[in-house]
Design a protein around this ligand. Sequence first.
Ligand code: ATP
Length: 716
Amino acid sequence: MSPVMSKEATGVAWLLQSFNQQKQVYGSLAISIATLSALLSFVRRNNTVLKETSPATFDKHKKLFPVVDGKKVGVNVEFRRQLRSIAAILFPHWKTKEAGLLVLHSIFLILRTYLSVVVAQLDGRIVKDLVNGHGRRFLMGLVYWFAIAVPATYTNSMIRYLQSKLAIGFRTRLTRYVHDLYLDKDKTFYKAINLDNRIQGIDQYLTTDIAKFCDTLAALYSNLAKPMLDTIIFNYQLTRSIGLAGTFGLFVNYLVTARLLRAVTPSFGKLAAVEAKLEGDFRNAHTRLITNAEEVAFYNGADLEHSILNKTYLRLIKHVNYIYKLRISYNMFEDFLIKYAWSAFGLTMCSVPVFFPQLAGSLAAASNSTSANDLVGSRTRGFITNKRLMMSLADAGGRMMYSYKEMAELAGYTSRVYSLISVLHALRRKEYDGPADKRQYALTNIQGQIHITQADQGIQFNNVPIVIPTPGQDKVGDVLVNPLNIHVKPGQHLMITGPNGVGKTSVARVIASLWPSFEGDIYMPKEQDMFYIAQRPYLSLGSLREQVIYPHSVEEMKQHGRTDEELMDILRVVHLAYIPGREGGWETVKEWKDVFSGGEKQRINMARLFYHHPKFAVLDECTSAVSNDVEGLMYSHAKDIGITLVTISHRPALFKYHQYLLRLTGNNGQWEFETIGTVQQQQSVAKEMQSLESQLTQVDELKSRLADINKELSLA
Ligand SMILES: Nc1ncnc2c1ncn2[C@@H]1O[C@H](COP(=O)(O)OP(=O)(O)OP(=O)(O)O)[C@@H](O)[C@H]1O
């Protein structure tokens, strides 16, 4: 073999040997690429929309979510139980996308730890080659350094990506589940807002709290799982160089740190829960202003609203500042312990193989046995590798300790999310907040029965009192109306009248099952045969068409074979035929509550009645802003098309469209049921006519006064 050939052969052999030594670098690359392709195909296959939660699932979860009161919020047994209950929603089974994401996330976490070890060794090797003056090896080390950078950076960004995906996945599942509970057929949303005090400012729970819970949970997994893994692997690596005594020292160090930190950590969980509540109050105050902007502006109430908003904000910020203050001393202590005390301890550990080789591990012993020339290089290599491992270990331990604070915060969010779900579950089962003993008219003692019958049986109340549902441990409701006995048969229109606040709308609430019936029996047709128009007109988000067909969607309208021409006919009845032309057609989307006048809003609501064409309609003062002539036309049309009306109003002008009158007197809950057209009725109508006639007699007088004023003005 020529000297040249022999040199080349040596070069190839060295490269092969070097490749052999660094095969883990290529292994890492291969694993990363394989994981990437698995991930991409997995994510592509799993972009499905979540299915609606079935009643069977809710029944199954009943035991998981008992309502708990007054439990201490913190990292305790109750926190773990609540987290396990919520986990049943996040991971309904092991074939979910989130479970897959979790597995992938874990793979990348392992990969990162593995790469950290490789990097530490490579770092030690490069420095050794530098100290020993091995130029070629040093350059080759740099090549490997860059080669490892590719999977390392990819792994890091993948971990962040998967953590965000996991958080979004959790949030989607949880939001879907809570929405299914909240907006179910039993109108749980109404009960949660009006019949219960356990969840205040529910919008904050549904939006921010769920999001924060999911973000913290996903972050906690990587902040906890990765350092745990790191600790095990790095400790193993270190044991090989600094020996068992060093590793034992490290463990003692962890234990002492954990104890110290636990002792000085303030109750961050409780503080986070209070902060979330105060955030909710602040947001709520703004929402109220947005909803009532016009009324506030008319009253010139900006100053008062300003001070309410400021006070709410100050309460929040005072609490946040308090948390920040607590954090100063806690963070100082935490940093001192984890950054400085641990580093000093780490350096001491790194010195073990140098000063006490007899205590060192197998790797250090091997390098110490090399020739004197290589001793400095080997020590340098050992020190650099150990220092890097030690730094990673300190970082891992630090993150584990910091995670305790995150865990405490997670406990706060968990308690909020858990209480939301548990109260919604309870309300779904009609378990309200009330006294434990069965007192009359307590929300825990609802005895009334609702019987669904054929529409031709009408609506019947047998001994049903109207009681204000009052939540609270020691509370019972006040009786507004004594037990009612009424029967509204098809075609026998009923009007409910009485002074303000006597309980007229409350009767409608009981008919609609918004309020419970505490006693007696209610017989009524099925939901589809009934329609309610509330006192305050409601306009939804969406197109003009969707305002008329509400609560139908456009798909439902099509399924029922309804057309825009029919909608136009309906608008003619309520004298709004000009609206589609003026607003640019049925598809126009606007904030309709700001577009329509008070009377127009009420007429749109009446248009819905004609679109849905129910057998019975409960109309609660829903035409008070409509002119008398149009109101009359709408009432006549409703009766002509066979809708039986239950009208709530105190205006005698509407008597003539009804056969019966339920008069709530407000006198200790008393009521009278009369046939319209009796002597009393005629007297009351006659009284109204008299008053109108007396006003008419003044018309000429008023006209002449107006003419005088005009004349005076033109002279001036
Ligand atoms: N959720 C509630 N909690 C406590 N009290 C309530 C609640 N809802 C209604 N009330 C009270 O019950 C009474 C009856 O209310 P309701 O709305 O039925 O009156 P109404 O006869 O329809 O009055 P109006 O003619 O002014 O519309 C009122 O005094 C009201 O303040």
